[in-house]
Design a protein around this ligand. Sequence first.
Ligand code: PMM
Length: 309
Amino acid sequence: MNLAAVPGTGPATSPLPVVRPSKVKEFSDLPTGRTLVMGVLNITEDSFSDGGRYVNADDAIKHGLRLMYSGADIIDVGGESTRPGAAFVDPEVEAGRIIPVVEALSKAGAVISVDTMHVSTARAAVEAGAHIINDVSGLTHETGMPELVAELGVPYVLMHRRGDQQNMHDFAHYDDVVGEVLAELGELRQTFLDAGVKPEQLIIDPGLGFAKEAPHNWALLHRLAEFEAFGHPVLIGTSRKRFLGSLLSSSGVPAAAEARDAATAATSALAAAAGVWGVRVHEVEATYDAVKVATAWIHGGSGETVPGA
Ligand code: PMM
């Protein structure tokens, strides 16, 4: 697609995006029959690969539209970096970054997930049009998320993490990383069910890179199929992560974040072939194609269906 022809996706200096009236999408409108591509939109100063690029709401909205027109099925909007060592962000500051962008993108027809660990931000984002809550905290951050998810009835990404962004490295010790992550996710899952969350609301994510070193991430990917046992959709985020940089290092120097996109597309295709529901990526176009290849490979054809299309 020629993005230059798409309203609102020009350079950052061009006027506000023209948000055309279009069909507002719902979660149930998402394609089935192939792995979904979730495009990352970080409205932060300090995310590891795109921090500082989209702190201005207009730039963030334009990038969200770009992701949509590049093939993203879902736009994951976040306002707090979760990279190791990142500063905590006040929930009001976070909401101030996120909400105008969620409103604009949902009016433009995007299916949106809100990447937040804060109950108040999650609620405000859903009220502003977000469809999914993506919470990387593993319930280590705030109380009240299970009750909120039960009340709102929206899909929720339950990700595994130990500790918080400032100390999670201290907890990256496992005898059997797959068994321990499965067991800890199982306990968290039960907490949500006990709070009244319906099983069909839950999406499971092993949390690559969150209190995990490279060998842990590769072990989890190697045994990804075991995460299907919960009976929930599985989401995977490998995009530009440090373990890919280490794999691609040259003379001991890790590959730069932007030089990890081909490896991200490869892991996404392999995850799609393993049957995951979604992959979360910064650079959508290559992964969108990679997922299509994996789908055609598995089904011997395109295999995609769009509800209501
Ligand atoms: N990784 C990051 C942020 N949010 N959400 C989910 N569900 N899974 C992930 O693996 C994940 C996430 C870190 O990446 P970023 O700082 O580039 O957004």
